[in-house]
Design a protein. Sequence first.
Length: 255
Amino acid sequence: MLSKAKIKEIRALEMKKIRDEQNLFVAEGNKLVADMLHAFECEWLIAHTSWMATQGDIPAKELILAEENDIRKVSFLKTPQDVLAVFKKPQYLLEEANPVSQLIIALDSIQDPGNLGTIIRLAGWFGIKHIVCSPDTADAFSPKTVQATMGALAHVNIHYTNLDEYIEKNKTSPVYGTFLDGENIYKKKLSRNGIIIMGNEGKGIRPEIETLISERLYIPPYPPGQTTTESLNVATATAIICAEFRRVAAEKNIS
């Protein structure tokens, strides 16, 4: 039975302040919860009896059987699904996000939870293990972002820190950013490691971060010179950049 007190506790997790205080976050949906169960410690799992019946041993501290109407009361989705789970937020070491040996995505004030979730999903697809975020970047553990990751949050470590200090500490590695006056990414010699900085949806990369960038990239439109949109969505740009880095790395492995 889903109590009123439990409903209140779960609904409160929509607020970042409460998520941070309780070190908890919410995931919903059959596939998403299944992916999360093997990656994070589950505090509560609320599900229909029919869903529970199809599962084996569920690694949750507390299992709560609920009817459709009960799940609707705690769900953050327009169309609630069969299961909702509350997980412990993970704790990662920033030192593991070392650009000397791997590619790191760094996000400078990304505001939209959907964009952030998509970027996390892209990082998971392209085998990028760490994303380092400025403190004012959207919360990776908000309900909207978690849903947008489609389970990739289980495979990518998210860090929040002062980007200026992080980049300064790791400036011996290549630091990439995209600009209109940058070098064509398809002609640029790209490395297997380094930091890829993606900027705010409207303002781009902050000037103080820009001064720390050693490699300026440009994603050209096609065909060259045609009239086109002013800019790419930040998640779309991230996809293009990650794909090109991985293509170059694959060619180097072949040769």
